[in-house]
Design a binder for this molecule. Structure first.
Ligand code: COA
Ligand code: AMP
Length: 631
């Protein structure tokens, strides 16, 4: 049996023994009573009775064990032309001070804090400070608009919101404060205070009494110590797109999360304490939570916090400069970043300018890694390129080539095999396992391993309805795919209306809800079309109310602006056109799948249940007016 096989088998035969052993890598104030509490299915709890503090494990214990002078965070910001290294000792004092500020403004264990910040080290400090107090953070990605932020404020009811005056995109300074003020105006719940980090690129106006200046508050703060919390207490809530405009608040615990993060850093990513690890993503996404902040810091590694883009900040050599300059051993990003670089520097001219001798492995996730991107990255970098599949809900990889266990053969297009701890099955509509090579719905057998979601915030029933009710005893991933004869997993598509744009997960249903707000729109459909750079792009077709006389150009502009204003620029919604009618089944279901196939230039069959086949000719024409299918 191979090393991977043995470890995988052990995780299945004796999950409690397996995870109890992994939990020895974490410092506990009190050991657990039960490794797995399965007394209340479908809700499972890991390390029940245990007490720990995630911040202590990510920061303080490394100072105590002699890593105080090691770099904890290297901030590299080509958009502001800055670099700043923070040692574990400095991080400890910064986090303790900011936790003191939060405490001073009333934040205690169990309270929620929203963090709406750009990619600055203070965002990581704020996350860790919440963890230090046992408060629950909810980071909101900066590319979301005020209304999205407002939804999250109303759902989490934060005591305090931590934000900054601005973020920096290559083409503009994004002022966060007006967005924050607007969101608080929209929301029914009002935070007691907002703590604002002023950045020189745009100074925010402060709201007297409510807003607190970060720097002034920290200067006089009384440092706060780590507060022991139950392993099963929530560490954070992270919202992700579901099938409607209402985002789902994924809840992560403290104990299982710390154990899974530490285990995955060593076994999946093969990173040792003291090594430099870089994830180019954003703290607003799960990849940022797990592998910019918690994973590397729980592991005692050095993490890089990058404020920039793969291209244009200033050129497609930025990634290689960072790897060379900071001696990065392992990097993690989304395939779309590599497609962006490949497009600008197909021959890898910039790669040759830097010393990449320390670089060992590249991991890609967030969307399927297309073989072209994989081959290009392998050829250029001459290191293993490893696809790994997971999602916000699981918090860490479900399938990967576990480099810390044993490197298996890479099959381009597959994220390799199931990671120890998970039991992945591919089911048909009746809930039976399909044969090898056959596509089905991918599910995870319950209980899932530590570190996966506990529930949805304040919505246990929605958690059951969204994920657990279709196949009792299993968690529905929302992905479809198959296992091949070697037990490699292949992730082929989503089974719901979620699309993946530049590695960002978006709900087309949410966009449809926004388009329906437009006074001239009677009906609409949004679906994802293939894009060579971003993987997918949303495309909208709208039917206007009868008698509408709005000019097409005006309509397009207004609809694009509406999605940008209500969801945010991250939706990348730029393709929309009016149509006379939408194709539907006789029972009234819009045929989005067929329209997507036409737009992508794939072969398609006339659906047997279509109400009026002639409509598809009109749709084909409308798509052609937007340039689809691409020639
Ligand atoms: N704050 C405000 N606006 C933001 C933002 C933020 N934090 N992040 C993105 N946006 C804006 C962008 O400026 C862009 O606005 P525009 O329409 O005015 O140009 C819009 O949101 C869409 O962003 P994006 O889809 O990221 O496109 P892009 O052209 O700016 O960059 C890539 C494309 C591929 C370079 C970029 O998406 C990338 O580096 N992705 C890979 C890494 C990653 O973050 N993966 C996520 C999960 S692992
Ligand atoms: P998110 O929750 O934003 O991380 O998005 C998760 C979804 O992105 C998954 O359910 C998949 O649809 C897709 N995804 C992420 N990583 C991969 C991968 N390596 N291969 C295929 N799809 C992926």
């Amino acid at each position: 049996m191979s090393n991977y096989q043995q470890i995988y088998q052990r995780s299945q035969d004796d999950p409690e023994g397996f995870w109890a052993e992994a939990a020895e890598e974490i410092d506990w104030y009190r050991k657990w009573d039960r490794v797995l509490d399965d007394s209340n299915p479908p809700f499972y709890r890991w390390f029940d009775g245990g007490e720990l503090n995630t911040c202590y494990n990510a920061v303080d214990r490394h100072v105590e064990s002699g890593r105080g002078e090691q770099a904890a965070i290297i901030y590299d910001s080509p958009v502001t032309d800055q670099q700043r290294t923070t040692s574990y000792r400095e991080l400890q004092s910064q986090v303790a001070a900011f936790a003191g500020v939060l405490r001073q403004y009333g934040v205690a264990k169990g309270d929620r804090v929203i963090i709406y910040m750009p990619m600055v080290p203070e965002a990581a400090v704020a996350m860790l400070a919440c963890a230090r107090l046992g408060a629950i953070h909810s980071v909101v990605f900066g590319g979301f608009a005020a209304r999205e932020l407002a939804t999250r404020i109303d759902d989490t009811k934060p005591k305090v919101i931590v934000s900054a005056s601005c973020g920096i995109e290559p083409n503009r300074v994004v002022e966060y404060k007006p967005l924050l003020d607007q969101a608080i105006e929209y929301s029914a719940h009002k935070p007691d205070h907002c703590i604002i980090l002023q950045r020189p690129q745009a100074v925010a106006g402060m709201n007297a009494g409510r807003d607190i200046d970060w720097t002034t508050a920290v200067a006089s703060a009384e440092p706060a110590d780590c507060v022991p919390v139950a392993a099963t207490d929530p560490l954070y809530i992270l919202y992700t797109s579901g099938t409607t405009g209402e985002p789902k608040g994924v809840v992560r615990d403290n104990g299982g999360h710390a154990v899974a993060m530490k285990w995955s850093m060593q076994h999946v990513y093969g990173v040792e304490p003291g090594e430099v690890y870089w994830t180019a993503s954003d703290l607003g996404w799960v990849v940022g939570h797990s592998y910019i902040v918690y994973g590397p810091l729980l592991n005692g590694s050095t993490t890089i916090l990058f404020e920039g883009k793969p291209v244009g900040t200033p050129d497609p050599g930025t990634f290689w400069r960072i790897i060379g300059e900071h001696k990065v051993r392992v990097m993690f990003t989304a395939p779309t970043a590599f497609r962006a670089i490949k497009k600008e520097d197909p021959d890898g001219v910039y790669i040759k300018k830097y010393d990449l001798t320390n670089f060992r492995t590249l991991f890609l996730a967030g969307e399927r890694c297309d073989p072209d991107t994989l081959f290009w990255a392998q050829d250029q970098l001459k290191v293993p390129v490893i696809d790994n599949w997971w999602q916000t809900e699981t918090g860490w990889a479900i399938a990967a080539n576990c480099m810390g266990i044993e490197q298996l053969e890479v099959k381009p297009g597959s994220p390799t095999k199931v990671v120890p701890g998970y039991n992945v099955q591919v089911l048909d509509e009746q809930g039976d396992e399909v044969a090898k090579g056959e596509i089905g719905t991918i599910v995870l057998k319950l209980p899932m391993p530590p570190g996966t979601l506990m529930t949805l915030w304040n919505a246990d029933q929605r958690y059951i309805d969204s994920y657990l009710s279709q196949y009792p005893g299993y968690y529905l991933t929302g992905d479809a795919g198959f296992k091949d004869e070697d037990d490699y997993l292949w992730i082929m598509s989503r089974i719901d209306d979620v699309i993946n744009v530049a590695g960002h997960r978006l709900s087309t249903g949410g966009m449809e809800e926004v388009l329906a707000f437009h006074p001239e729109v009677a009906e609409c459909a949004v679906f994802g079309v293939a894009d060579p750079l971003k993987g997918e792009l949303p495309l909208g077709l709208v039917v206007l109310k009868s008698g509408s006389e709005i000019a097409e150009q005006v309509l397009r502009k207004e609809l694009i602006a509406l999605v940008r204003e209500r969801i945010g620029p991250v939706a990348a919604f730029k393709l929309v056109t009016p149509v006379q009618r939408l194709p539907k089944t006789r029972s009234g279901k819009i045929l989005r799948g067929t329209m997507k196939k036409i737009a992508d230039g794939n072969t398609w069959k006339m659906p047997a249940t279509i109400d009026d086949p002639a409509i598809l000719d009109e749709i084909t024409e409308a798509l052609a007016s937007l340039g689809y299918p691409k020639s």
